[in-house]
Each structure stands twice: as C-alpha cells, then as structure tokens.
Design a binder for this molecule. Structure first.
Ligand code: UDP
Length: 261
C-alpha cells in the first residue's frame, strides 16, 4: 500500500445524500463500506467528519445566537455524525474508537494523542469528533491538525467533485482538473481547497492533501493502492519526493495501562 496511515476528511453535508438535512442511511452505509475496504488493506485509517448537515456556527447569528455557542453546537453536530459512522462501521464488524475534542464521557473517549496512535496501531478505525474542540475553527482545520499530530502520510479530502479545477466546473464548462498542484499555486490562483487555517497547517508541515470524489465507489481504495485519483496538493507538485513513513511504534514501556487498553 502507498500509505501507512491516512486521515480521511468527510464533510457533514455529504452525509445528507439527496436530503436537505441530517443523515442519509444509504450514504452512511456506503461510506462505512468504503472505509471498511480501506482499513482491510492494512493502511491505518483515521476519520474526521464535519457537521454541516446539522449545524454550522456561522448559522448561529442568523438565529440571533452567540457565535461561540453556535460553534459548540456545530462541534456537537460532528459528534452525532461520528457516532452514526461508528455504528455503521460496527455493523460491518470494523473495530472503531471515537475520540472527541470536547469531553463527552459517557459517549466517547477524550482525544489523547497517544491513545489515538495506540488504537491505530491495533488496526482500529479512529474517528475524531468535535473538531479541535475550540470555536472559530472548522473540521478541515481539525483534519489537518489531527493528521499532523498522528503523523498521517496524507489528508484525503473526500468531496462530491473529483478534484481541484481551474474554475467551478458546475458553472464553467471549460474548467479543467489539475492532477497535481503545489501549495503555492493553490494560494496564487486563490483556489478553494480548504479554509486558510487548515490549508496553512498542511503547507507548513509538508502534509499532502488529495481532493477526490468520495461518492465514486472504490476511489478510496484506489488511492490507497497508489493510483492517481483526484488532485494531489503538495510542496513540489509532480516533483514531490515519495514520502517515507515517519511514525514509529509507541514503546509499550512508555504507555500507561489505560493507554494499552
Ligand atoms: N467547529 C468548531 N471548531 C472545530 C470544528 C468545528 O467550532 O474545531 C464548528 C463550526 O461551527 C463548524 C461546525 O462545527 O461550522 C461544523 O463543522 P464544519 O462546518 O467544518 O463541517 P462540514 O462543513 O465539514 O460539514
């Protein structure tokens, strides 16, 4: 497999399927199947899922609510989606752990980096809920930050378009897709890949991002097997050197009994 460890980012909106709001059961199971197949390759899989299908902090002001309160509502929305995905994966006999950036003791584990690494090493699919646990951020930022913390080889941003285009392909029929692009080119051309905080985190830590169509069955597996799918954003574009695995196994002697659980 091309990658030892990936972080898959899914938007909350994608979970709506054809609906206007909430979670589409068929779409949810479809994503769970894709993740199961990816994890079965032996690649370690971490997932961050958004909450836009339920609530976004920016909506709060329209409701006359406080923005920070709205952001926490958004974070809780991501926990709801994460719980749904966890259940769907468990239905398919995939071992999972949900780690939350906001402590919700009865529902999921708190986010502790070493625990996340331990779970991944044991082959469990790790879902990071509640973003980074702070308002004024997005789940794209959470995806970048967690990916850097767990030393993932790549952020795979699953969307409903098959990559990054010169213009919006839904509006401009002449738009063409980049197979590879550099971080600098994305910024120069003002292309919309992730919000700037999330994007800068990846750029500064030399963490490649691949934007791909998650709704096309098999795409995730093809990516993991090293096929060119979607658009890859990296420091050097097509000249990027192949990344060596960076992470080493945690030394059991350094972990506490709870971390080994
Ligand atoms: N959010 C936040 N901090 C985080 C992650 C998320 O405050 O670290 C809130 C924010 O209000 C955001 C909402 O949670 O709008 C849902 O996440 P996001 O909009 O990223 O979901 P997506 O667009 O991927 O569905």
């Amino acid at each position: 497999m091309k990658y030892n460890r990936i972080l898959l980012k899914l938007s909350g909106e994608a979970l709506m399927g054809q609906q206007q709001y909430g979670i589409d059961a068929v779409r949810l199971m479809q994503y769970a199947e894709e993740i199961k197949t990816a994890a079965a390759t032996g690649t370690q899989v971490a997932v961050v899922i958004g909450g836009g299908n339920i609530f976004r902090g920016v909506q709060a002001e329209a409701f006359g609510l406080d923005r920070v309160q709205g952001d926490y509502m958004g974070m809780l929305a991501t926990v709801i989606n994460s719980m749904a995905l966890q259940s769907a994966l468990e239905k398919l006999d995939v071992n999972t752990r949900l780690l939350s950036g906001v402590t919700i003791q009865r529902v999921c584990e708190p986010y502790i980096r070493r625990r996340a690494l331990r779970h991944l090493e044991k082959g469990r699919v790790v879902i990071f809920g509640a973003g980074i646990g702070s308002p004024y951020f997005t789940t794209d930022s959470a995806a970048s930050l967690r990916a850097i913390e767990i030393e993932a080889d790549v952020v795979l941003k699953g969307t409903r378009v098959d990559g990054i285009y010169t213009a919006d392909p839904e509006k401009d029929p002449t738009a063409t897709r980049y197979p590879e692009i550099t971080f600098d080119e994305v910024m120069e051309k003002n292309l919309n890949v992730m919000d700037m905080t999330a994007f800068t985190l990846c750029k500064e830590n030399n963490l490649p991002i691949i934007v791909f169509d998650m709704n096309k069955p098999g795409n995730l597996q093809r990516l993991i097997e090293g096929e060119t799918v979607g658009t890859r954003v990296s420091m050097n574009g097509s000249k990027a050197p192949k990344l060596e695995p960076k992470h080493s196994a945690l030394q059991p002697s350094l972990t506490t009994p709870t971390e080994q659980a």
